[in-house]
Design a protein around this ligand. Sequence first.
Ligand code: AMP
Length: 604
Amino acid sequence: MAVDSHLSSPLDPPACDKDSKALLFIEEMTRETGAVQERVLGEILFRNAETEYLRRFQLNGATDRDTFKSKVPVVTYEDLQPDIQRIANGDRSSIFSAHPISEFLTSSGTSAGERKLMPTIHEELDRRQLLYSLLMPVMNLYVSGLDKGKGLYFLFVKAETKTRGGLLARPVLTSYYKSEHFKTRPYDPYNVYTSPNEAILCADSFQSMYTQMLCGLLMREEVLRVGAVFASGLLRAIRFLQLHWQQLAHDISAGALNPKITDPALRDCMSKIIVKPNPELSKFITQECSGENWEGIIPRIWPNTKYLDVIVTGAMAQYIPTLEYYGGGLPLSCTMYASSECYFGLNLKPMSNPSEVSYTIMPNMCYCEFLPHEPDAPAVSRDSPPPLVDLADVEVGKQYELIITTYAGLCRYRVGDILQVTDFYNSAPQFRFIRRKNVLLSIDSDKTDEAELQKAVDNASALLQEFNTSVIEYTSYADAKSIPGHYVIYWELLVKELANPPTHEVLNLCCLAMEESLNSVYRQSRVADNSIGPLEIRVVKNGTFEELMDYAISRGASINQYKVPRCVNSSPIVELLDSRVTSVHFSPAPPQWNPEQRRCWPHA
Ligand code: AMP
């Protein structure tokens, strides 16, 4: 493996020209961070000068930073929602952007239980593609020979729908994979995937996963990297292999495709890939997958894998031990930091250890400002927030909340991510992703906050009234050890009539009632993606939460300020809770989730 720590090392000849152009671009952008940011803001304000939003703040055509900062407020999604609703309802006037809104991107962040709708413009696809085009040139500095084989990437499209005004609403990756930018991408020896477009674009998640896995198995010797967008996606693929290897091995030995693959375009394309029986490969897969021991299964099946390409920063860090187990210690590479609102930047040291990953925000993507964030300080008052800091002016060691102004028309928008500056590359700061604000529980792309959890507990505990029982304390835990992971909620109950405690069945129904109350991303992950398992309630002995408090106080917490943590993740606390469990309950059925419901988006 060729490893070099700077971006100017000699490149492998076949990619040299293209790669050096990309690396030069990174150098130019990061050397001129302040100037590029000023230009980006100027361009955005100039082109959007006549939009309703900017006119509202009387910018009067000003494109300079000072005027912008003094007149335009910092906002959240909820502040913009009335205008977003107008666009969704069909208002085509220039509200946020002089360019027409091409579609809505549905964020995994939610508002009032539904995915946030981010208006976007066609041109943003070019910016996303530009960021993607920088990833392999950087990777080629650290890992050589990636043009000698293929990438096994599990990539999926998700359900899409239309708003009342007829605009498409879908996740950003679905939009990207369905774009011509992706579908008709030119051949690049460093970016050859085992999955054909037909498999990635098949909306049926079983057929898509099955054929992507089958291709990966058929081309196992050629695979040089294995990945998915997030760690949870790769683990889902491993779980799929555990459940379906027999059928996959059968197809390989018969040289024929499983009849459950019914999508005609996919069948047609697969008929050119699975052309003849390969009993030897089938035997090998059976031998590897039939055993109990799945440790190191990825390099056992794909022996030439050099690294796993998955995001394991932020909420995904919980999957690192499981990925290390299946990956047999293969390096984990986090390459980029992006969102529905905008793609932000990339990791210039993609082979660094997950705990050391920092992302360099590319100054050309959007205009970024940073709200200083002091982890233990009281919440910032909306009336007198501290001044925002520009990208080039952030300080190493400090934490900030990211605030963006985009070409698509978001102005001073709070993304909700907390980042910490670790270093600078040229004049561009590098950030460690600390966390998403207000997220308590996350398994896949779901993000459950404290208020949602509280509401879910309230709704579920209503079922206990007929047993004269109430939930006196609760906390939660995202159990990522099983695949798929699931939410665990610890309940301490006050049973007032000891002769009439809540039944096992009712407590199971409480699990389901909680799931029904959680946001639509959670329910979609449960129902359509199967990426979250049934919610579990663990009832603990009376007095357990007092013990929890005693434990916290013994570790230095102040007795006056102690509050029950609504989510726990330290092992001694989870162990303490688990040792007091008196009964365990699971949701008996999936909650309601219906993509059609979103037709009437946004909720009036
Ligand atoms: P979405 O709006 O659904 O596209 O989700 C975007 C969010 O995912 C970001 O705002 C982050 O909170 C999170 N995210 C994206 N990339 C990363 C990353 N590399 N590491 C950690 N979290 C990330």
